[in-house]
Design a protein around this ligand. Structure first.
Ligand code: SF4
Length: 322
């Protein structure tokens, strides 16, 4: 995978709508995003902010009644929004893979882990024979810390962490151009979570992976991603490279998220809980969607919606303070 620095994914003005019995919900509202080959982007926000919907829309796998109503998802120069379902089937897995929060949603409980990986390889690499595919599967799982003897196991015989490793091996087996990891460590305990994050970090460098990591946990992204996009109520409110964002977050929501992460290097630390909760997407506040929770709220904040503006090089924020 070469061409590092080439933009592989460009999302423009993306809008995703859910028609629910309670009303229309715009889960993703005019989102713009770019990702370079070899880059890792963290997509962060509280649950219900639209980050998973955004991830699923890239694969055109938004669960009904959701649908894309506007915008473009340019992947490797073609607009995925315009692709047919048949064309998307060739892109899913082979070009773009997804690692889910619960690997059991993708692993067939009646199929051995090894068969999963071998079948995936054979489906997408038609020129390979079964013997070659088994060898690739064995080498892969060993690299991911699973004994090749465990390839005969069924998913229920694997622990949560091992199942997540198996999912990662499926993504690697396909040599995907883009991996979307949706809360991949949320269901794991902290020790296994740290192991999986270390593994992703190591693989990111050795395989030069391009990853979108979707998470509600700022702590999870801190060591793994190059760039972070913060989502709130369907919109990106801040986007910057990892270091500057942690060093000097600009949006009051990002500041609140960072203040709520425990810092183990400090002996004493007062964690701040952000007041309030995310808005109901059917009844959004006027102006800035964060204004009912914002400590810095001003008069204009409830009247006008701020634009996403570049306030420093490569650092964009949606807030009237800037
Ligand atoms: Fe707070 Fe106003 Fe900025 Fe919104 S626009 S985050 S309410 S200061």
């Amino acid at each position: 995978m070469n061409d590092t620095n080439k933009i592989i994914l460009k999302i423009k003005d993306l809008e995703v709508l859910y028609a629910t019995r309670m009303g229309l919900v715009k889960a993703v509202d005019k989102v713009d995003l770019e990702l370079k080959r070899g880059q890792t982007l963290g997509l962060v926000g509280e649950s219900g902010c639209g980050k998973s919907t955004l991830g699923f829309s890239i694969l055109r796998l938004i669960p009904p009644p959701g649908r894309i109503i506007g915008g473009e998802i340019i992947f490797d120069s073609a607009d995925l929004v315009k692709k047919t379902e048949k064309e998307m089937r060739n892109i899913r897995g082979k070009r773009i893979s997804m690692i889910f929060q619960d690997p059991m949603t993708c692993l067939n409980p009646l199929m051995r882990i090894g068969d999963h990986i071998v079948e995936t390889i054979l489906t997408h690499e038609k020129k390979l024979n079964k013997k070659d595919a088994i060898k690739i599967a064995e080498d892969l799982v060993v690299k991911l810390g699973i004994s090749k003897l465990r390839l005969d196991d069924y998913p229920h015989q694997f622990s949560g962490g091992m199942r997540q490793r198996a999912m990662i091996s499926l993504a690697l087996a396909l040599n995907s151009d883009l991996i979307i990891a949706d809360e991949p460590t949320t269901s794991l305990d902290v020790i296994v979570e740290a192991q999986i994050l270390d593994l992703l970090k190591e693989l990111r460098s050795s395989y030069k992976l391009t990853i979108i990591l979707i998470t509600h946990n700022m702590g999870v992204v801190s060591e793994l991603v190059d760039r972070i996009a913060i989502m709130y109520a369907g919109k990106i409110v801040e986007i910057a490279d990892c270091f500057p964002l942690f060093e000097k977050p600009l949006h009051p929501y990002t500041v609140g998220l960072l203040k709520s992460i425990p810092n183990i290097s400090l002996e004493k630390q007062e964690l701040e809980i952000m007041p309030g909760s995310p808005p109901d997407l059917i009844n959004l506040p006027t102006g800035c969607r964060f204004h009912p929770r914002c400590k810095n709220v001003m008069k204009k904040c409830s009247l006008y919606e701020p634009p996403l503006k570049e306030v420093k090089e490569n650092h964009l924020v949606r807030c009237w303070l800037y």
